[in-house]
Structures are given as C-alpha cells and as structure tokens.
Design a protein around this ligand. Sequence first.
Ligand code: SF4
Length: 87
Amino acid sequence: MAFVITEACIGTKDASCVKVCPVDCIHPAPTEEGFDTTDQLYIDPEVCIDCGACEPECPVTAIFAEEDVPEHLKSYIEKNAAHYRDG
Ligand code: SF4
C-alpha cells in the first residue's frame, strides 16, 4: 500500500507534501529538474511507508491512501507507479 497523488494536483503543484515526507518519495520536488514541466507530483509506491504525513498538507485534497482513492480517480494509482517504473 502507498499514498497516491491524484487529479487535483494538476495545475496546483503546491508541493507542501514534499517537505513532510520522511522518506523523500514525492517527486519532482520544486528544487528538482522536471518540476516546471510536470503536470503533477507523484509518490513512489515502492518507497512510501504509509505514514500519512503528506495527506493533510495538501491544500486541494489530492492525496489519498491507496485503498481510499475515489473510484473515478483510481487510474492515478497506476499513474503514480508508472512515473517511477517507466521513468
Ligand atoms: Fe511520504 Fe508518508 Fe506520504 Fe508516503 S504517506 S508519500 S511516506 S509522507
């Protein structure tokens, strides 16, 4: 299980979540290459430890625990994973 960043991040990219993640698994961070051009940020499901710290930080409620992702946003589970798997 992991947390997942969904549609509301697109065009928002607030990135408050990046600062609170204890394992640095949310990218691209504002200081990283790719931040300006990415649609949204992504959580690496292989690294996320399910701590939940990021969820309340998001001002647009884009982050959900994998099991709580709303039905119409479930494609984002794969979208987050693919970002790391496929580069
Ligand atoms: Fe990072 Fe915790 Fe959020 Fe996973 S749940 S992305 S480990 S802050």
